[in-house]
Design a protein around this ligand. Structure first.
Ligand code: NDP
Ligand SMILES: N[C@@H](CC=O)C(=O)O
Ligand code: NA
Length: 932
């Protein structure tokens, strides 16, 4: 200690008298007055000066003397009125962090921003240049660990600031800054030497050393502003750069350290300090040091973590500023972490409470304690990006002061979402807990004893279990402490278990308006359910600014995206996998391509095709295939088809919460996967009839699965292509009508064939035409054999509640017996003309009787049976008046008994079928939350 005081006294007695404050450095004609005023000053301002003089380490004396200098220079010609601190809407406060003043160019940019701010008065809080605070701490560490390299490290600090000053300043400004810098460095050298000798640095010595970074950046910035303004307004007008002062906030900000590495501002002492400082340094632009302050005993200290933000907020409160702008390197506060949710948006506004909540979850918001000072006076804080001045930033304020055009934001009941990972849930359960006072205290007492931090607590009012979340790394100790604390209760069975659920995450939704809005939590949980996210625990306090749910860690990003897209303006985004880019599949892809922008812009629906697979190859994309080029891309980048990999890719992406597979094949093996996909939460849309007309038990389990879950299975295009057949039938059934019979022409192919099979044309020629037009199944025998119609009959029969198998339907086949076993569709088409005669004969007989041939399917619900056959109808029957590939379906029901409900229109063909699938996809989107 002896050597420490020796070092201090050496420094104090340094012969070098401090140079004038850089604020006044250019006023060289005041120098003589400066000396006499400076000496006189302590007598006229005893309290301020005494506070300064009593316990300061050596360098502080020179700081306080600098203030005398500025007083001497500037207060000369000012009236008493001008020396009083003006308040009330005249001041705007800015805070620039270390990155903002990290280089000479950035310091110039900051000066520019300040000059351009047209507020009447400006108070600017600056941090040390980036990395400087760490360099200063490193000096202390080196010195106290007796590492001689602190001297070289101090030279680096000197060089950094000297170089920056040379870049920015010239003439008197440069000279005065460098002189001060060298003097400070000399003082620091002495002080570090003392620390080196003592092998220890007290907290106040450390804080004193570290605070120099802020002193230098504030001085440099003030001189740059002086230089710039003076060069713009050379004559000594009001705008003259002289009206910019720098403030060592240790002269003003008085704080009391608290036990938990924090400080509480003493507003009353600080206010007095400010009034006095201002009376000596009246100015319209003040550059103040961030981060540093003094204790009431006048010992240097810092404002700890986020100190400069805190300085700005306290200054804002002391000046009763109009607003406080915190300049940073992001555009504002995002609605969710943009690295996890690519559609996260910048929030225009946040209430103070919302900002608290968001900052807790690590969003890039101010630390809660930095909000409190300005909140007391309702002063808005604006977070802005210094590297993107066009971004308006986020305004944190009281909701009542938000301007009309920004109110939109407030309509969002949930403003932001955040997550915390690496948690575990602890569940203490047992009948012995209910109604026993002190149980919670005992549980949390044990948790406290192992030093674990409880992040969330939930207990249902039955009191049979208490569940809470702790950091994963602390859970082992917590569980052991509880096991031991409740050993007796566990042995006696009063507690049944202390269970740990590892690998959890918290998802929190934040929004002040939730408090007054019913249905917010319903929407949140609905979005989670639709994304198949299981919720393990829930908590919401009665302040209702935050709903917290605990979920599995692997679900976290998916959950975040699901809820974000549900609440946020946002698009309902669906990751889609298209299986079977044949006639129908490729037409669908083209329709999706053509409609994509309308869906995005007008309906907020974003359909992203993440993969396309045929039986041989597949094309996968991480963010969505460019549908204008999918064919070329497939040729360029296609890989060998692998269905498992395909499904995993489409469903496994982590940035789209919903997945749908669209099966455009006619393959029963593909249809066999639906069950598994639905179980995994993958929605299925298909025109493929194989699943619904396959084995009854598989169909029933598929439908049961669909009903039990929030996963959807839509298949409107399986009957009548795009015609609303399934939906009409569902509507009748769901509203309580009873179906008696469904009779219709269900085959577009056969409709086309019999509508055109006249005037002596050959049957095979008309079949070829239907195939060419895209009405037929991949193998036209599926149509001609009646199997396709039978499948549709089965689908409608099962939809109506009949438990029939395909084999229960008698079917009249139009495939000539010898061609039933042809190897391929192609061979069949080649052979068919040989058998034209068979049907020509039937057609002539009907014609002669004034009738037409029609191939129909019938679901006889009353008698629980179905048939598929060629029938003859009078020429005035509705079935006789069809054209093209028209389907016609007549529903005879209890309500539509005398006049059946008829749906008619083209029931086959690429465009109408793809359109039917597309409309199922949009139905899915609306089920998932897209606007109607
Ligand atoms: N045409 C119409 O008017 C209507 C058709 N439908 C239904 O639409 C579906 C498609 O018909 P359509 O487009 O005419 O048929 P296509 O034969 O033109 O296309 C079928 C597609 O499925 C692919 N595919 C077949 N098996 C597999 C498999 N195991 N894995 C991956 N891909 C496979 C084929 O690929 P590859 O070429 O490599 O074999 C082809 O791309 C059928 O279920 C049909 O019943 C429904 C209503 C109306
Ligand atoms: N091939 C079918 C197409 C639709 O299911 C038909 O012709 O109706
Ligand atoms: Na349909």
């Amino acid at each position: 200690m002896a050597s420490l005081s020796a070092a201090i006294s050496r420094s104090s007695s340094s012969p070098c008298f401090p140079p004038p404050n850089p604020n006044t450095a250019s006023l060289s004609h005041h120098r003589n007055i400066f000396h006499s005023q400076c000496r006189a000053f302590p007598l006229s301002r005893p309290s301020l000066f005494l506070r300064k003089g009593l316990t300061l380490p050596p360098g502080r004396e020179s700081q306080s003397t600098r203030i005398c200098a500025s007083v001497a220079d500037v207060s000369l010609n000012l009236s008493v009125e001008e020396k009083q601190l003006p308040k009330g809407d005249t001041w705007s406060v800015h805070k620039f962090g270390g990155t903002c003043v990290g280089t000479s160019q950035r310091i110039k940019n900051v000066a520019d921003i300040i000059i351009k701010d047209d507020s009447e008065r400006k108070l600017v809080v600056v941090s040390a240049m980036s990395k400087v605070t760490d360099m200063m701490y490193d000096l202390i560490n080196k010195a106290q660990s007796r590492d001689e390299n602190y001297v070289a490290a101090l030279d680096v600090v000197l060089e950094k600031h000297s170089q920056t000053a040379h870049d920015l300043l010239d003439g008197d400004h440069l000279a005065s800054f460098l002189s001060q810098l060298h003097q400070d460095i000399n003082n620091l050298k002495a002080m570090l030497r003392a620390i080196y000798i003592a092998g220890h640095a007290t907290e106040s010595f450390t804080d004193f050393v570290v605070g120099h970074g802020e002193l230098w950046s504030a001085q440099m910035l003030s001189l740059v502003i002086r230089k710039l303004v003076t060069s713009c307004f050379p004559s000594g007008t009001e705008q003259n750069g002289v009206d910019c002062k720098w403030m060592d906030t240790r002269e003003v900000l008085i704080v009391n350290p608290t036990s938990s590495n924090q400080v509480d501002p003493d507003y009353s002492l600080s206010q007095q300090g400010l009034e006095k400082w201002y009376s000596l340094n009246p100015a319209k632009v003040i550059i103040a040091t961030g981060f540093i302050a003094s204790t009431p005993q006048n010992i240097p200290t810092t404002l700890k973590r986020d100190g400069s933000d805190f300085s700005a907020a306290i200054m804002g409160a002391l000046f009763r500023a109009r607003q406080v702008t915190i300049w940073t390197d992001v555009d504002g506060v995002f609605s969710a972490d943009p690295r996890k949710v690519s559609e996260a948006v910048i929030l225009k506004t946040l209430s103070y409470q919302e900002a608290w909540e968001m900052s807790y979850f690590g969003a890039n918001v101010l630390h809660p304690r930095t909000i409190i000072p300005v909140m007391r006076y309702g002063i808005p804080i604006i977070i802005r990006n210094i590297f993107n001045l066009s971004a308006p930033g986020t305004k944190i304020c009281h909701p009542s002061v938000i301007e009309d055009e920004d109110k939109q934001d407030l309509q969002n009941f949930v403003k932001g979402f955040a997550t915390i990972d690496n948690l575990a849930l602890v569940n203490v359960e047992g009948t012995g807990m209910a109604g026993v006072p002190g149980t919670a205290s005992a549980i949390f007492g044990a948790v406290k004893d192992v030093g674990a931090n409880v992040i969330m607590i939930s207990q249902a009012s039955s009191e049979h279990s208490v569940c809470f979340a702790v950091p994963e790394k602390e859970v082992k100790a917590v569980a052991e402490a509880l096991q031991s604390r409740f050993r007796q209760a566990l042995d006696a069975g009063r507690l049944s278990q202390v269970a740990v659920v590892p690998n959890c995450s918290i998802l929190a939704a934040v929004g002040q308006k939730m408090a007054s809005t019913p249905g917010v939590s319903a929407t949140l949980f609905n979005a989670l359910a639709k994304a198949s996210i299981n919720v393990r625990a829930i908590a919401q306090g009665c302040s209702e600014y935050n709903i917290t749910v605990v979920i599995k860690r692997e679900d976290c990003i998916k959950a975040l995206r699901a809820v974000h897209s549900r609440f946020y303006l946002s698009r309902t985004t669906i990751a889609m996998g298209i299986i079977g880019p044949g006639l129908i599949g490729s037409t669908l892809l083209d329709q999706l391509r053509d409609q994509a922008s309308v869906l995005k812009e007008e309906f907020n629906i974003d359909l992203r095709v993440m993969g396309i697979i045929s039986s041989k190859s597949m094309l996968l994309s991480e963010s969505g295939i460019d549908l204008a080029r999918w064919r070329e891309l497939r040729d360029e980048k296609g890989e060998v088809a692998n269905l498992d990999k395909f499904v995993h890719h489409v469903h496994g992406n982590h940035f789209i919460p919903n997945t749908a597979i669209v099966d455009c094949t006619s393959d029963s093996i593909i249809a066999g996967h639906y069950n598994d996909w639905l179980r995994k939460g993958i929605h299925v849309v298909t025109p493929n009839k194989k699943a619904n007309s396959g084995p009854l038990d598989q169909y029933l389990s598929l439908r049961a699965l669909q009903r039990q879950s929030y996963t959807h299975y839509f298949y409107e295009a399986t009957v009548g292509a795009g015609l609303p057949i399934i939906s009409t039938l569902r509507g009748l059934l769901e509203t309580g009508d009873r179906i008696l019979q469904i009779e219709g022409i269900f085959s577009g192919t056969l409709s086309y064939i019999f509508n055109n099979f006249k005037d002596g044309r050959a049957f095979s020629e008309v079949v070829a035409e239907a195939k060419e037009a895209g009405y037929t199944e991949p193998d036209p025998r599926d149509d001609l054999s009646g199997t396709d119609v039978a499948r549709k009959v089965i689908i409608l029969a099962r939809e109506s509640g009949l438990k029939l198998e395909l084999s229960d339907i008698p079917v009249e086949s139009l495939v000539p017996e010898p061609l039933r076993d042809c190897a391929s569709a192609q061979e069949f088409m080649q052979q068919l003309p040989k058998f034209d005669q068979l049907l020509s004969k039937k057609q002539e007989e009907a014609e002669n009787a004034g009738e037409v041939l029609r191939y129909v399917g019938v679901v006889d619900v009353t008698n629980k049976k179905g048939t598929v056959e060629l029938r003859r109808y009078k020429k005035d029957h509705p079935f006789a008046h069809l054209s093209g590939s028209d389907n016609i379906i007549a529903f005879t029901t209890r309500r539509y008994q005398n006049q059946p409900l008829i749906v008619r229109g083209p029931g086959a063909g690429a465009q109408v079928t793809a359109g039917g699938i597309f409309s199922d996809i949009l139905r899915l989107a609306s089920y998932l939350g897209a606007p109607s």
